[in-house]
Design a protein around this ligand. Structure first.
Ligand SMILES: [Fe+2]
Length: 302
């Protein structure tokens, strides 16, 4: 039994594309093709729909949601793909927007769009460091320096009986940019931390980008070592206590709440923040028994 209810806000797949009218690459391709069809005066049947927010719209919406919910939420979870291509202008806009809020109340992890896309392979080590340097104020110190490969999982105690484990699932670029991997060293460290007893009795929130509920190995979004991760959760989830693990992820741009086929845990995948259609954030509560409930109903980005 945890002492007090907990309220959290989830934002996933922000895909900030820079500034002004900049669009994430998928939206930009649609706009460029439409412009081309306009120029050659081709029939409107050839139009592509762009359902993504521009950079300005994305950042305005980000500030709007944080202004509205940050007092109520004890922690904001940003589940990766914060930028669209890991570019300086994209990070700059996000950091400018987040600078107005208390960084202790915001937890971040990287997604594949920060450094695991095919075109990033050559620069990957530099980009991993870049993410950690830019989000330095949001990332807790660990025994390992932040530029070490051994940085994740980080541990962030967020008050009450809650602790966040920030995991990096973007370590499998050679096996396909959309697929995820924790890597054996990261899972070893997670296991050691959980075995230590330091977090017994606390509710553990696992924050990551890729969706570990996907079980099909052929799925593009599959996490290669999900089975071992799930085993670790299951081993540390037994006993007479209440539900004590919540997994938060993003990546598939599809909201999921509950279930997640990982046993007795809360599983939440955040919706696509960058989309103009549908819900773009998720507010949730964990009650004294450790059970998560969704608080917000659908709210269009407008
Ligand atoms: Fe992703």
């Amino acid at each position: 039994m945890i002492k007090k209810k907990f309220t959290g806000l989830i934002l996933a797949d922000i895909h900030c594309s820079g500034e002004g009218d900049d669009l994430p690459i998928k939206g930009k391709i649609a706009r460029d093709l439409n412009d081309f069809f306009d120029r050659i005066k081709l029939d409107s049947i050839f139009r592509f729909r762009n359902q993504l927010k521009t950079a300005a719209e994305t950042m305005q919406r980000l500030r709007g949601i944080l202004d509205k919910y940050m007092d109520r939420a004890e922690q904001v979870f940003i589940a990766g793909d914060i930028t669209d291509m890991g570019r300086d202008s994209e990070y700059k806009s996000v950091i400018e927007a987040l600078a107005d809020y208390d960084s202790r109340k915001i937890s971040v992890v990287p997604g594949n769009h920060e450094y695991a896309q095919v075109y990033m392979l050559k620069k990957r080590r530099k980009l991993i460091r870049k993410f950690k340097n830019i989000f330095e104020n949001f990332l807790p110190p660990t025994p390992e320096p932040s530029d070490s490969d051994l940085y994740y999982p980080y541990v962030k105690e967020i008050g009450g009986d809650f602790v966040v484990f920030g995991l990096d699932t973007g370590l499998a670029p050679l096996q396909g940019p959309s697929k995820g991997l924790f890597g054996p060293e990261q899972l070893d460290r997670l296991e050691t931390l959980l075995d230590s007893g330091r977090f017994d009795g606390m509710h553990k929130i696992m924050l990551m980008h890729h969706d570990v509920s996907i079980t099909d190995r052929d799925d593009l979004d599959y996490v290669h070592d999900r089975d071992r991760f799930v085993d670790i959760l299951n081993i540390h989830n037994i006993g007479p206590q209440d539900r004590n693990i919540t997994v938060i992820c993003g990546h598939t741009h599809t909201e999921k709440f509950g279930g997640g086929n990982i046993g007795n845990i809360n599983f939440i995948a955040g919706p696509y923040f960058c989309s103009r259609t549908g819900n773009d954030f998720l507010l949730f509560e964990i009650n004294e028994d450790g059970i998560a409930a969704r608080l917000n109903t659908n709210e269009s980005a407008g």
